[in-house]
Design a protein around this ligand. Structure first.
Ligand code: FE2
Ligand code: FE2
Length: 165
């Protein structure tokens, strides 16, 4: 199996994309939809963890021309973290559950699009095959260190409390 960093990340993107498509199918039952949300949250927690801890910092150092894209990507992960954290604490029959998940899907699709067409190609061009496969191998190993649940970003509790006041 290839450990090419970009291939590893794109495979994760495909998996999440398949779950999104299944969620949107008319025939998907409410029970299955709730399961899909759990599966997506788990997959995104692992995926953003390996990007945040390995891919993004490595690329930021090695490919300075995409630094702004990396900084924007960190912020997009943060938005997804906030939505995920809220979904994690909600019951599937809450009227806000499904709309919130739809917003998460829109954000994630946009983010994936920016990674895959916006700056991954520049990374592919700038880094050698060997470098990319080393980064990928480290990301695969790092999967097991991902938190079990979406971690609460520092200061978010205060921000959410302020919003609901
Ligand atoms: Fe990604
Ligand atoms: Fe990402």
């Amino acid at each position: 199996m290839s450990t090419d960093a970009i291939t590893v990340l794109k495979e994760d993107h495909r998996e999440v994309g398949r779950l999104f498509a299944e969620f949107e199918k008319k025939s998907t039952s409410p029970k299955r939809k709730a399961e899909i949300v759990r599966e997506v949250l788990r997959a995104l927690t692992v995926h953003t963890h390996i990007e945040d801890t390995i891919m993004y910092p490595e690329v930021r150092t090695r490919v300075p021309e995409v630094e702004d894209d990396i900084l924007e990507s960190f912020e997009e992960h943060h938005v997804v973290d906030v939505l995920s954290l809220e979904l994690q604490g909600m019951q599937p029959d809450d009227e806000r559950f499904e709309p919130k998940f739809k917003v998460l899907m829109e954000s994630v699709r946009h983010h994936i699009e920016e990674e895959e067409t916006g700056w991954f190609p520049k990374v592919r061009e700038a880094l050698g095959r060997k470098e990319l496969s080393e980064i990928g191998a480290r990301m695969i190993a790092e999967r097991e260190n991902a938190p079990a649940k979406v971690p609460e970003p520092k200061g978010l509790r205060a921000a959410l409390d302020a919003l609901s006041e």
